[in-house]
Design a protein around this ligand. Structure first.
Ligand code: DX5
Ligand code: ZN
Length: 215
């Protein structure tokens, strides 16, 4: 089994003091997950490359693009901060997945495809050999603090069976209870927003999720 890592999502952080908030998770995190929302592909709006540019952290940035026509913005996100290491975009948001993957990799970054809960696993199969990771949404994208959709477990298992070596990131409703279920199904990158940022002691919250998932 691939070893698992944890990526706190700054969606649940206080954007008014973002670098302070990031500092509170930086030591214990493996990646910092940045949720970019455009109010079009998803109903909510968060932040873009100009905000990511000013992020200070010691861990790689994992940029999750929940935007329409991501092909128009890859370069801006790839170049905005030298800590950006991974970029994922939604399969449902573009017809240019192949080109986008090539572009992300051309910048020396890891390319991932994200799929919404209603998108079946088989839609990602043609891309599995061409990408570095799959992001399986375990809630409807757009908001933090939603309940983990347990029906996504078989989908994670299906992808893991098809691609034993790929990184599978799960995003949405991950906490001490759900992290072990996702890892058991084959996920190895755990995104968690509210379960970490809602706690006073964020490092302890991360440790508790890691312990529960036996990371
Ligand atoms: C949802 C985002 C997630 C979100 C997860 O659209 O992609 O990254 O921040 O937040 P929680 O862990 O609160 O579900
Ligand atoms: Zn996300």
């Amino acid at each position: 089994m691939k070893s698992s890592i944890i990526a706190p999502s700054i969606l649940s952080a206080d954007f008014g003091k973002l670098n302070e908030e990031i500092a509170s998770v930086d030591n214990h995190a493996d990646l910092i997950h940045c949720d970019v929302m455009d109010g079009c592909f998803v109903p909510n709006i968060t932040f873009g490359n100009e905000v990511i540019k000013n992020i200070k952290c010691s861990k790689p940035l994992d940029v999750h693009l929940m935007i329409a026509r991501p092909e128009k913005h890859i370069e801006a996100f790839a170049k905005c901060n030298e800590m950006v290491e991974m970029i994922s975009f939604h399969l449902e948001a573009t017809r240019k997945a192949e080109e986008i993957i090539k572009e992300i990799r051309g910048f020396g970054l890891k390319a991932g495809i994200a799929i919404k809960p209603r998108t079946p696993a088989k839609k990602i199969f043609p891309f599995l050999k061409k990408i570095d990771f799959v992001l399986v949404m375990t809630v409807e994208p757009g908001f933090g603090g939603q309940k983990f959709i347990a029906k996504m477990i078989p989908k994670i298992e299906e992808i893991r069976k098809k691609a034993p070596e790929i990184d599978i990131e799960v995003d949405g409703g991950i906490n001490e209870q759900t992290a072990p279920l996702a890892v058991k199904a084959g996920a190895n990158i755990l995104v968690s927003g509210s379960a970490i940022f809602a706690q006073k002691d964020r490092e302890e919250a991360i440790s508790r999720i890691k312990t529960a998932a036996e990371i």
